[in-house]
Design a protein around this ligand. Structure first.
Ligand code: UDX
Length: 452
């Protein structure tokens, strides 16, 4: 089995986590970025962003095999000195919510420039999330035009989607539950499969490699993120049904539904909705793409609408519980889009705060164990930032639990009574014991109401 060397073009979550994991397994990796500061940090063995376990792996590489992971500012050099190039650039959302393929295009051009100078076969692998048709009609075409080389003969092409979740990127890279390889032809797919057979070894006994064409592989990634988002909006739709009559508890309902072996409970957690860098971006991208092809998606439109509306619903619940919120201090517990990260991208807290501000509520205090700084960059002085739970609750007349950090799960009804002016509490993630909290506090929770 041949051990191929790899260039990784793009050093975000997917790029750097893959680069570090490959290098840790003795594979020569040349990462490339145009960001000088990032490149020097990586070359000094320092992760330029926080991701669980990443720094530990980089420390290990630095101590034992620093030559295996280098970061260059020159992508052409990185491509020329390796056998396989992986495109791991971002595909952000444009203002009109469609996909921005600008970074993919410029990277394809760089690959073309390099392949112009290369005589031997080279494999290009698209790892970024791209709409169907992009690998064949954009990436391959640009490489061909710039290099004068023929796809399938001089270079191979694969599309291998990734499914990393933030905070789990290293675990997900090392232990995926499947590997999807879309390929232009057998030779390309076989080469990438050989690379992964070396990298994963025995793990492949529990992890199928699924081979398909380029376009199907591109759509698998959207299928994943759209179905996960749909599950969440489905749980929230049912949480809203649950609130139509007394006594129904959405948590028990979703447990009952999720235990069906055809469904499973994961991602049926009701709450203030999903956030993060992928779900909105990808659901919007594929929705805009299908519309551009003449098929507007009613399902995905509803998934996004239900998600956005959860922010309005939680503010409605707060007003029902605590009365008019104007001129009252309101607390948000949790600002990050999920626990374990300081990432504020598309965080539900932003939608909740915008809704509060829209209703004329201006005395808002937020606290997050990790995301206060990133939240301030995103939200500026729309809210005040507390340094502790106590400070956040001080003088407050309604607290909204937005992100389910472990430290919030420890809170008892007395903590709210002790610090707040009036201890109204809304559980937007269903982390508190409903019976206990409902007995001891003016309390509402997503997906459950009691008889008056
Ligand atoms: C997601 C996908 O899981 C990953 O496969 C893909 O590659 C990128 O997008 P990530 O955005 O890091 O990963 O976070 P994830 O853990 O999936 O959570 C996304 C959002 O959904 C969070 O805001 C979370 O709070 C919310 N969520 C999740 C729910 O509201 N309910 C649930 O039951 C599960």
């Amino acid at each position: 089995m041949y051990k191929y060397s790899v260039s990784i073009l793009g050093t975000g979550f997917i790029g750097l986590c893959s680069a570090a994991c490959f290098a840790e397994k003795d594979i020569k990796v040349l990462a490339s970025t145009h960001n000088q500061k990032k490149a020097s940090m990586i070359n000094d063995g320092i992760a330029p962003f926080y991701e669980a376990d990443l720094q530990e792996i980089m420390d290990d590489i630095k101590a034992n095999n620093p030559e295996l992971l280098q970061c260059l500012l020159d992508p052409v050099k990185a491509i020329l000195e390796t056998d396989i190039s992986m495109i791991t650039q971002g595909t952000p959302m444009r203002e009109d919510k469609s996909i921005d393929l600008g970074f993919i295009e410029s990277t394809a051009r760089e690959i073309g420039e390099a392949l112009k100078q290369k005589d031997s076969y080279h494999l290009v692998v698209v790892r970024s999330t791209v709409v169907p048709g992009t690998s064949r009609n954009l990436v391959s075409k640009i490489i061909s035009e710039v290099s004068g080389k023929v796809p399938g003969k001089d270079f191979g092409l694969c599309m291998q989607p990734e499914f990393l979740a933030e905070g789990r990127s290293i675990k997900d890279t090392l232990r995926p539950d499947r590997i999807v390889i879309g390929a232009l032809d057998d030779k390309s797919g076989d080469m990438l499969q050989e690379f992964y057979e070396y990298f994963y070894g025995d793990h492949l006994k529990n992890c199928p490699i699924l081979r398909m064409n380029l376009e199907s592989a591109e759509l698998v990634k959207y299928g994943n993120n759209c179905l996960l988002s749909t599950k969440i909006s489905f749980a929230n739709e049912f949480a809203n049904f649950a609130q139509l009559v007394p006594n129904v508890d959405i948590v028990q309902v979703m447990k009952g539904v999720g235990l069906d072996y055809r469904i499973n409970e994961r991602f049926l957690g009701p709450g203030v909705g999903f956030g993060g860098s992928c779900f909105h971006k990808d659901v919007n991208a594929i929705k805009a793409w299908s519309k551009s092809k003449g098929y507007p998606s009613r399902l995905l439109e509803a998934v996004l609408d239900i998600n956005d509306d959860q922010a309005i619903r939680i503010v409605d619940m707060a007003e029902e519980l605590a009365g008019d919120l104007k001129n009252k201090r309101i607390t948000l517990l949790g600002l990050a889009f999920k626990p374990g990260t300081d990432d504020m991208r598309e965080a539900p807290s932003i939608r909740v705060i915008n809704e509060l501000v829209k209703r004329g509520i201006t005395d808002i205090v937020g606290y997050d164990p990790k995301a206060n700084e990133t939240a301030e960059i995103e939200l500026g002085n729309k809210i005040a930032y507390a340094n502790s739970i106590e400070q956040a609750l001080n003088d407050s007349e309604c607290a909204l639990l937005i992100t389910e950090w472990e430290e919030f799960k420890e809170l008892k009804p007395d903590d709210f009574k002790k610090h707040m002016k009036s201890p109204n509490l809304i559980d937007g993630r269903r982390i508190f014991n409903y019976e206990t909290f409902n007995e001891k506090l003016p309390f509402r929770a997503i997906g459950r109401v009691n008889p008056n």
